[in-house]
Design a protein around this ligand. Structure first.
Ligand code: THU
Length: 157
């Protein structure tokens, strides 16, 4: 039988992170309040850090025609690529603010995993993913492909 596993980090508190990671995560938590999510009231923030140190922000933006809305991760990555097409993406941090409590880290939705995966392929370098709610545990995934094993890469298109 074949099997698949991957290693990731679980860190008790933001205080235990290295300075650079602490900084991006703190900003990402604050960013959530900028989300436009009047239908779900689930406010998501995402910051992409590039190798040159630039931090590009994205939030979820909902729409009265529900499927038109966009997730924070795809908003941030789209802006990063549009503004810095040549710069490698180093990290993406994701946080959220909800009315049901904010303790469990948010894992990106399936559509965003597919999107981040292709950004990583295009990047030719791993994209680190930092996940946390407003409080509590922080999860660090070393590369996007860990979150979407057997992902569709379009190799045979
Ligand atoms: N959402 C994100 O922004 N990122 C995710 O990874 C999961 C979901 C947004 C979409 C929608 O605006 C709201 O959260 C509730 O699903």
């Amino acid at each position: 039988m074949a099997s698949h596993s991957f290693e990731y980090q679980r860190i008790n508190s933001i205080e235990d992170l290295a300075q650079e990671e602490k900084n991006i995560l703190k900003k990402t938590k604050e960013l959530c309040k900028n989300a436009y999510a009047p239908y779900s009231n689930f406010l998501v923030g995402s910051i992409v850090r590039l190798n040159n140190g630039e931090m590009i922000k994205g939030v979820n933006i909902e729409n009265a025609s529900y499927p038109v809305g966009i997730c924070a991760e795809r908003a941030a990555l789209s802006a990063a690529i549009a503004n810095f097409p040549k710069e490698k993406i180093n990290t993406i941090a994701i946080s959220y603010l909800s009315q049901k409590g904010n303790v469990e880290p948010l894992f990106p939705c399936g559509m965003c995993r597919q999107f981040i995966l292709e950004c990583e392929t295009r990047n030719e370098a791993p994209i680190k993913i930092i996940l946390s709610a407003q409080e509590g545990e922080v999860i660090i995934i070393n590369k996007a492909s860990d979150l979407l094993p057997f992902g569709f890469k379009g190799t045979n298109l």
